[in-house]
Ligand binder design. Structure first.
Ligand SMILES: C[S@@+](CC[C@H](N)C(=O)[O-])C[C@H]1O[C@@H](n2cnc3c(N)ncnc32)[C@H](O)[C@@H]1O
Length: 476
């Protein structure tokens, strides 16, 4: 979850970057919409009603204090509005990814990665120099992005603000825009670290609960990495060992928010095409553990991000033509990974693909594995545009209900009320006895038939706080 990443070095670096612009961004355009699946249905009022009643003290302002009859008559309009509001948060998440790209990307600059620990790169002065250099290099690169999809993406965002990085005035506007973004992100990350510290310092501090909705006001980011994949693999192994999941019992799986690896801030890189890993990792884990039969597993992805959905749909189209999906797995040699995470990295994809040659790392100290996932595995993935807070797939026959739903690093973007709606949507799609695995602790309401029955902890490395807790929820 939230790593102890302090952006103080980055904040310090702003000292040399110039004044923060009040509004280089201008009007925010609405996010791109993809065609909505006919099977995505809004949460009905009848299922939201018990949640509205139980949580009446913490309802959002546009529902608080209203008579039930009025909420009922306006429910459809409220859901549509909230759906759009949530989707509008994608743009800010994309901007967060651009900040990571600027600080840690390797394809557009010769500057070192701007590590969070400024002592590793020579102190805050040097840090400021690096960030300045990276900003200038990124702006020069987006003036002619070529075929680099990440540069094209930054360019699109800048274009939408009517900034032309091919002119000197435009380059200055772009610089101010990027400085603005870095300041916002640094401030937010600092705020999250302070919030976590404040609950930690109290002996009874509800740290996991606070962490579980820490990003409720943040932009919706798509970033992903191998770590949550490993946490889910370990949780499935424990559930199998305990006999809670039995051989061949998993036929229908859903991944809520599979994500897209743009440039993670610690060990993600940008020298390979954008990719998603969780759907492939989960299929691999289920096969490795014998929980799913290879010819009888159907995995659906539910995401509201057009970028994620279009990426997966394009992968499916290429698979239909016989092309494998290449997953590139970088590992920083001195990342202090625990041996079991290294073992997971080494065997990633062994049941669903073949070792292949991926992109070479332009950075020293990185080992890279690449796996070509077989086309039949990629084609088996069913890609759905679903906003899990207000939507579910419906109607589902008993046979279509899910045995397993995975939701890592997604519910943390919502407060308790929205999480409770999401849980009701998940419950409606799970078969009785089916599991939801999430690295968030959710408020359980007696009226939603999904309850926590245990959890597993995974430690990724010897770095402080580099761990996750996966809570096992089960549908009654
Ligand atoms: C931070 S990424 C996490 C990716 C991956 N699950 C992981 O743990 O690394 C969050 C993902 O959830 C998606 N997402 C956020 N809110 C969502 C919602 N309400 N419904 C469906 N997907 C959502 C985002 O678009 C993104 O793909």
């Amino acid at each position: 979850m939230v790593r102890s990443v302090l952006f103080c070095a980055v904040l310090a670096a702003f000292a040399g970057l110039g004044t923060l612009s009040a509004g280089a961004g201008g009007q925010r355009p609405s996010p791109i919409q993809v065609g909505r699946s006919a099977a995505a249905a809004s949460i009905p009022y009848s299922e939201a009603k018990p949640i509205l009643e139980r949580l009446d003290a913490i309802l959002p302002a546009d529902l608080a204090g209203r008579p039930a009859s009025r909420i009922e008559s306006e429910w459809g309009a409220w859901v549509s509005r909230r759906n759009l509001d949530i989707r509008a948060r994608l743009e800010r998440g994309d901007e967060d990814s651009i900040v990571n790209f600027l600080l840690f990307g390797t394809t557009f600059t010769r500057q070192p990665r701007a590590l969070n620990d400024s002592s590793r790169i020579g102190g805050s002065q040097r840090d400021a120099e690096i960030v300045r250099g990276r900003t200038a290099d990124l702006i020069a690169a987006i003036a002619a992005p070529g075929a680099n999809e990440r540069l094209q993406f930054v360019r699109e965002l800048v274009d939408r603000r009517d900034i032309d990085p091919t002119t000197s005035a435009g380059r200055e506007q772009a610089r101010l825009y990027l400085v603005d973004l870095m300041a916002r992100v640094a401030g937010e990350i600092d705020g999250y670290a302070r919030t976590i510290e404040s609950v930690r310092s109290r002996p009874d501090g509800p740290e996991f609960a606070v962490r579980s909705s820490l990003y409720r006001a943040r932009g919706l980011s798509s970033d992903t990495s191998i770590r949550p994949d490993f946490a889910i693999d370990q949780a499935l192994e424990t559930l199998a060992a305990k006999g809670m999941l039995v051989a061949g019992s998993v036929r229908r799986v859903a991944i809520i928010g599979p994500g897209l690896d743009f440039t993670d801030k610690s060990e993600g890189y940008d020298f390979y095409p954008q990719q998603t890993t969780q759907p492939f990792s989960v299929i691999n884990s289920l096969r490795r553990l014998g929980l799913a039969k290879s010819d009888d597993l159907r995995l659906s992805t539910f995401d509201l991000s057009p970028r994620v959905n279009l990426h997966l749909q394009a992968a499916r189209r290429r698979a239909d033509m016989g092309d494998p999906y290449v997953v590139v797995l970088p590992r920083e040699r001195d990342g202090r990974w625990r041996p079991d995470l290294i073992g997971f990295w080494k065997s990633f994809g062994s049941r669903i693909g073949e070792e292949t040659t991926g992109a070479r790392s332009p950075v020293d100290g990185i080992d890279v594995r690449a796996v070509g996932v077989r086309p039949d595995v990629v084609s088996s993935i069913d890609v759905r545009d679903v906003n899990i807070v207000v939507e579910r797939l419906a109607p589902l026959t008993d046979d279509e209900r899910f045995d397993l739903v995975i939701a890592t690093n997604i519910l943390v973007y919502y407060g308790v009320f929205e999480q409770s709606l999401a849980l009701a949507n998940v419950a409606s799609m799970l078969r009785p006895g089916g599991f939801l695995l999430s690295n968030n602790v959710l408020v359980e309401l007696p009226t939603t038939p999904v309850h926590a029955i245990g959890h597993s902890r995974v430690i990724y490395s010897d770095r402080p706080d580099d761990s996750d807790d996966i809570v096992w929820y089960r549908r009654q």
